[in-house]
Design a protein around this ligand. Structure first.
Ligand SMILES: *Cc1c(COP(=O)(O)O)cnc(C)c1O
Length: 377
């Protein structure tokens, strides 16, 4: 038993983050402005992509990406079921139908075969989720898709992941959506971004995130020569990012190598301390392509996952569940009892161990010791 509660995913903020936020506060300009533009440039440089458009969340990023891809009423969007509700909701916001597909039992991610099984003439898009930070092979998925079907990647877990060709997740040429939510690998409290190659789509995203205003209009209040009364080009949304968040984000981006080492250390400690105990880890967990946003484990049939979770929580270990499968929730069910055998099996046995860049080696050892004790080994 630990004396203090170990939270599931606590961000690592230090004096540099504090100084950055103060600098923006004192500048008098906390909305979207120069910090946001610099953060976007730095992200584009880091990911090696021509365009990064920041938005208010990954949920907004997914929604806007489907929107600019032409997804609308009656279209089908293939998504995994073992994911956060945002992945499916992005389709629903546009009147499209999320169609759930099964996953691979080793990677916990969608595969080209499972996607292929769900394609119909109405399929307009696929949203692969790089679950936990494991990179889905989007090139292999591209090969099985009809040409007109777009791929929008849910990379909420995958800041720091790499595709199998070594490029950073984000640089596939698809619309790739990141989350900067509180517990994500790069944390700014809230926030998201879309990495992409197309100039036209980037321009439209920049406009849509701010009421459909022309992109130069954001600074109409600060620039004495730039006073423009914007003409609204299309009905947009209020889904922009802010300079306060961007200032945090720029520091968090620079600290990614440090954070990634901490996550790797935690993964290695879990792998060595908990292997050969009837616990299955996600494949690739200790490989450099994996961002280790989550460290999910799947227990054997004989184990009661909910009882283990309860015991760990009583011992102050903030284990968690990612996720309750969406296809089993009535709101996504469309009335037909869908069976996804791998997802159904994994979903009752999966549990996520605490992992964050603010964990110490002692915290990690506490988790290993308590899991072993709960399992009675
Ligand atoms: C966190 C998360 C999102 C949503 O991110 P927000 O920035 O909170 O909107 C979407 N998909 C997955 C898989 C996530 O984990």
């Amino acid at each position: 038993m630990r004396n203090t509660y170990l939270p599931f995913g606590k961000p690592n903020f230090g004096p540099e983050e504090e100084a950055a936020v103060l600098r923006v506060l004192r500048s008098g300009w906390i909305g979207m402005g120069p910090e946001t533009l610099k953060f976007e440039e730095e992200l584009a440089d880091h990911l090696q992509v021509p365009h990064v458009v920041t938005v208010s969340s990954c949920t907004a990023a997914l929604f806007l990406s489907l929107l600019v891809s032409g997804v609308g009423q009656g279209d089908e969007v293939i998504v995994p079921s073992l994911t956060w509700c945002s992945t499916a909701n992005a389709a629903l916001y546009l009147g499209a139908k999320p169609v759930f597909c099964d996953l691979d039992p080793q990677t916990f991610c969608v595969t080209p075969q499972e996607i292929l099984a769900k394609i119909t003439p109405r399929t307009k898009a696929v949203i692969p989720v790089h679950y936990g930070g494991y990179p889905v092979d989007v090139e292999e998925i591209r090969k099985v898709l009809p040409r007109e079907v777009v791929i929008v990647e849910d990379a909420a877990h995958a800041f720091g992941s790499r595709y199998f060709d070594g490029k950073r997740v984000g640089a596939s040429g698809n619309l790739v959506c990141f989350s900067f939510y509180a517990n994500k690998n790069l944390s700014t409290g809230e926030g998201g971004a879309i990495a992409l190659f197309g100039q036209t789509e980037a321009d439209r995203l920049r406009s849509l995130r701010q009421h459909g205003m022309p992109t130069h209009a954001w600074n109409r209040f600060v620039n004495p020569k730039g006073m423009v009364v914007p003409s609204i080009c299309e009905v947009g949304y209020k889904m922009n990012y802010t300079d306060l968040q961007a200032a945090l984000g720029r520091v968090q981006l620079a600290r990614q190598p440090e954070f990634s080492q901490i996550r790797l250390g935690i993964a290695r400690e879990y792998l060595s301390g908990l292997s050969e105990m009837g616990i299955q880890f996600q494949s690739g967990l200790d490989r450099s392509f994996h961002a280790r946003h989550l460290i999910p484990v799947v227990f054997e049939e004989k184990h009661d996952r909910d009882a283990i979770l309860g015991s760990l929580r009583e011992r102050n270990i903030g284990a968690s569940i990612h996720y309750a499968p969406l296809h089993r929730m009535p709101i996504y069910g469309h009335g037909d009892p869908l069976s996804l055998p791998q997802t159904d099996r994994i979903a009752t046995k999966i549990l996520t161990l605490p992992v964050s860049a603010s964990m110490s080696p002692d915290d990690t050892r506490d988790v290993v010791r308590n899991v072993r004790e709960v399992l009675g080994v």
